[in-house]
Design a protein around this ligand. Structure first.
Ligand code: SF4
Length: 675
C-alpha cells in the first residue's frame, strides 16, 4: 500500500510516499509536494532503514539489577502507573515528562494533557530547550508569536536574504534549495556566522563575528540604519511602540565599538547594513548559531529590531524566519510541551489554567510553571522528582556536560524511556517501552513554516512496539483519565477545538488537504495566513515592540591565556541531533563516522598541529581526544565540533543559561587545544 508520509528528520517537513511490501519499505519521492518538490536529502532517502534496524526496542523491558528483563506492555505500564500514582500522592510535581520533537502533534498534546490534567504538574518540556526556545520567547516579546512569518518558498521573493547563525545546506536542504533558486534570480545574501560553509558560498557579504558578540554587531547595524536615515518611518509610527527609548539605548553601538568587540571589519558591517536596509524586500533566516547562547533571546530580539526598523515584515520577501530543527519541534511547542506555556503559547497562570481546565473538563490544572528538561534531571538526581518519563529524547548525549547527566540519571529513583531505539538514555532506564516509528503510525506534524500536515501508517508496528498515542492513552487510563480516545483523529479534533492557533484544523480538513494547511487557518474561508502580520502583530494592541537587546557575556565565557579558543558546534548534512537515528544508518554514518575538531590553518601553525593528528580539546569542565581537521572553515581564535557526537557535550559546560528561557550556552565555550 502506498501512503503519504513525512520525513522524520528536519523541520522542513518534506512529504514522501512509503510503500510496505514483503518485509521491506520503499520510499518514493513526491514531485508534487510543495516543500520536497520531489527531492529528498540523504537523511530522508534512507529514513526507512530505521524500521527494521536491530537497535529497535522490540519488547518492553524492566530493569532487574544491572540487567533488563523482557516483559509485557501491560505489566510494564502497570508498574509505571503505580510509581506515578505513588509520587502524585505526595506531590504531583514529583513527576516530570519529556515530550518530543520527533512525535506527532496529537501525541505531544496528549503528553502535556496527561501531565497537566491527570497528574497535575507543569513539569513537561522537550528538546526545544536545547535549540529554539529563545526564538519563541524573543518573537513573542517583540511581534507576539513565536514562529516563522513567511513560508519557505517565499525566499525567492526577497531581494536580500540575511542568514544568521544558520547553515541551511546541512540543516534544512529543502530551504537551501530555495535559496539557491533565489541566488540564481539575483537575490543578494549576507551571512553572519563565524564558520564558512557550503551555504555561505551564497554570500555576497560574510561577517564572521566572535561567538557571543551578535548583540553588539546587530545593535551597531540598527544604529547605522537610524543614523543613515534608512528607517521606514511610516511603518515605525503606525505599527510599533517603544522606538524612542530603543534609539536612546543604542548610543554606544558605534561601528568602531562593534569592530573592536566582534572582530568584524567596520566597512563590512557598513556594507551589510546598507544592503539589508536598502535592497528591499529583505528577509532574515536564522538558526542555532543565534539561539544557543546565554544571550540567545537577546540575539533573536536584536534581529527582529532590524526588520521593524526597515519595515521588512508582513509582506512577501520579508520576515523573520527561525528555521526549526527537528521534524516536529514547531508542533511540540504549539501543543504546549513547555513548562511555562499551555497549548497555543498561553502563559501558565491562573487565568489560562482556568481556561484549559474548563476546556478539558477537569476540576483544575496547575497554574505554577514547572521545570525545564535539565532542572528535571537535576531534581530527579536530588530525590525531588520520583518519576522521570522521557519520550523520544536522548539527554545523555544532547545535554551540556553530558557525563554528569549520565551520573544523575543513574541516581534518579525511577526513569521511564519510551523510544523506538535503545539509546544511551534508554540504557539507563528502569522501564523501556518500545515505540512505533513514523512509518508505523499516523498523525499530524507542523513544519517550520507552520504547515500542519497529516500522514498515514504504512505498516503495523513491528515487534511489540506501539504508537506513542497508543501508549500514552493506555497509561492515562491506568491513571484514571476519563476521556477514552480510540482514534488519533479524535485528538486532532480536540486540538482544533482547544488550541486557539489550531482553530478549525480538524482531522477532516487535514486529511482532505494533502499538503496540509498553515496555521492560523480560517475554517470559514478555507484560507491560511501564510504571511503573518500583514496588518496587525499578535500583541494585545496589534503593535510590535521595540526592545533594546542586552549584551550578556559572563567572564567565564571569555577566552583568556589559559583557554584561548572559543568552541562552537555545527550540524552535518548526514546527521541529526544526538545522532541516535542517523548513526545507525550505514549510508549516513560512513559519511561522518567520528567527530573532528576544525581549526584555522594559522592557529594550527602557531600550535604546531597537523591535519589528521589526535588532539585534546579541554574546557574548564571536561576534555576529549579527537582528530584535528585543519581548514579555513572557521575564523582564527575559533574551533568547531559537530553537534551529533557525545564528545561535544562532554566539553560544553553546564551552568550557563539564557536568562529568559534557561537555554544552555552551547556555543562560545573557552577551550585549549593541545597534542
Ligand atoms: Fe527530510 Fe529535511 Fe532532508 Fe527534507 S530536507 S528530506 S525533511 S531531512
Amino acid at each position: 500500500m502506498k501512503v503519504r508520509t513525512i520525513c522524520p528528520f528536519c523541520g522542513s517537513g518534506c512529504g514522501m510516499y512509503a510503500i510496505a511490501e514483503e518485509g521491506k519499505i520503499r520510499i518514493e519521492r513526491r514531485r508534487e509536494h510543495p516543500v520536497a518538490e520531489g527531492v529528498l536529502c540523504p537523511k530522508g532517502t534512507f529514513s526507512r532503514k530505521i524500521v527494521y534496524h536491530e537497535k529497535r526496542v522490540k519488547k518492553p523491558l524492566i530493569r532487574r539489577g544491572s540487567k533488563f528483563e523482557e516483559t509485557t506492555r501491560k505489566e510494564a505500564l502497570k508498574i509505571v502507573a503505580e510509581r506515578i500514582k505513588e509520587a502524585m500522592k505526595d506531590d504531583p510535581t514529583r513527576v516530570g515528562f519529556f515530550a518530543s520533537a520527533k512525535i506527532t502533534n496529537e501525541e505531544n498534546y496528549l503528553i502535556q494533557k496527561l501531565a497537566r490534567a491527570v497528574v497535575k504538574t507543569n513539569n513537561v518540556d522537550h528538546c526545544v530547550r536545547l535549540c529554539h526556545a529563545p526564538s519563541a520567547a524573543g518573537l513573542i516579546m517583540t511581534v507576539g508569536s513565536g514562529a516563522m512569518t513567511n513560508p519557505i518558498g517565499d525566499v525567492v521573493n526577497a531581494k536580500t536574504v540575511l542568514v544568521a547563525g544558520y547553515n541551511p545546506f546541512n540543516t534544512h536542504p529543502a530551504v537551501f534549495r530555495r535559496m539557491m533558486k533565489a541566488k540564481r534570480n539575483g537575490t543578494k545574501f549576507i551571512f553572519i556566522d563565524p564558520m564558512k560553509s557550503k551555504s555561505s558560498r551564497l554570500a555576497d557579504i560574510h561577517l564572521q563575528p566572535y561567538p557571543g558578540t551578535d548583540v553588539v554587531l546587530l545593535n551597531a547595524m540598527a544604529k547605522l540604519i537610524i543614523d543613515q536615515g534608512r528607517v521606514d518611518e511610516e511603518f515605525v509610527k503606525s505599527r510599533t511602540v517603544g522606538y524612542e527609548e530603543y534609539v536612546k539605548g543604542l548610543e554606544k553601538y558605534t561601528l568602531d565599538y562593534a569592530e573592536k568587540v566582534t572582530g568584524v571589519p567596520k566597512d563590512l558591517i557598513y556594507k551589510a547594513t546598507e544592503l539589508y536596509a536598502t535592497n528591499k524586500p529583505s528577509v532574515i533566516y536564522r538558526g542555532m548559531g543565534i539561539t544557543q547562547h546565554v544571550s540567545g533571546t537577546q540575539n533573536v530580539i536584536a534581529l527582529a529590531m532590524l526588520a521593524l526598523l526597515t519595515g521588512n515584515i508582513g509582506k512577501p520577501g520579508t520576515g523573520l524566519c527561525p528555521a526549526r530543527g527537528q521534524s516536529n519541534v514547531q508542533g511540540a511547542c504549539d501543543m504546549g510541551c513547555m513548562p511555562n506555556m499551555f497549548p497555543g503559547y498561553k502563559k501558565v497562570n491562573e487565568e489560562n489554567a482556568k481556561y484549559y481546565a474548563e476546556k478539558r473538563g477537569v476540576d483544575y490544572v496547575p497554574s505554577e510553571p514547572g521545570l525545564v528538561t535539565r532542572e528535571m534531571i537535576d531534581a530527579a538526581s536530588e530525590g525531588k522528582i520520583d518519576v522521570l518519563y522521557i519520550v523520544g529524547e536522548n539527554p545523555v548525549i544532547s545535554e551540556p556536560n553530558n557525563l554528569s547527566v549520565r551520573e544523575k540519571l543513574e541516581k534518579a529513583p525511577f526513569v521511564v524511556v519510551q523510544d523506538i531505539l535503545m539509546t544511551e538514555t534508554a540504557e539507563l532506564a528502569d522501564v523501556v517501552l518500545p515505540a512505533a516509528t513514523r512509518l508505523e503510525k499516523e498523525g499530524s506534524m507542523t513544519n517550520t513554516e507552520r504547515r500542519v500536515q497529516y500522514f498515514f501508517k504504512a505498516l503495523d508496528p513491528l515487534y511489540e512496539a506501539k504508537s506513542d498515542f497508543h501508549i500514552i492513552v493506555e497509561l492515562a487510563k491506568l491513571l484514571g483519565a476519563d476521556r477514552n480516545y480510540t482514534t488519533v483523529g479524535q485528538v486532532t479534533d480536540e486540538i482544533a477545538n482547544v488550541v486557539p492557533i489550531y482553530r478549525g484544523i480538524t482531522y477532516d480538513v487535514l486529511t482532505k488537504n494533502e499538503f496540509g494547511v498553515a496555521r492560523p487557518y480560517d475554517p470559514e474561508t478555507g484560507k491560511s495566513e501564510t504571511i503573518l502580520y500583514a496588518e496587525r502583530f499578535k500583541t494585545p494592541d496589534g503593535k510590535a515592540r521595540f526592545i533594546l537587546p542586552k549584551e550578556i557575556l559572563p567572564e567565564d565565557l571569555i577566552p583568556n591565556d589559559e583557554y584561548p579558543f572559543l568552541l562552537i558546534s555545527f550540524r552535518l548534512l548526514e546527521h541529526r541531533n544526538s545522532g541516535a537515528m542517523t548513526h545507525i544508518i550505514p549510508e549516513l554514518h560512513r559519511l561522518s563516522p567520528e567527530p573532528r575538531l576544525v581549526m584555522n590553518p594559522k592557529d594550527a601553525e602557531k600550535l604546531g598541529l597537523k591535519d589528521g593528528q589526535m588532539v585534546t580539546v579541554e574546557s574548564r569542565r571536561g576534555k576529549v581526544k579527537l582528530k584535528l581537521k585543519v581548514a579555513d572553515e572557521v575564523r582564527e581564535g575559533v574551533v568547531a565540533m559537530p553537534y551529533h557526537f557525545a564528545e561535544t557535550n562532554v566539553v560544553v559546560p553546564h551552568g550557563f543559561f539564557d536568562e529568559v528561557v534557561k537555554m544552555p550556552n552551547f556555543k562560545g565555550v573557552p577551550v585549549k587545544v593541545y597534542a
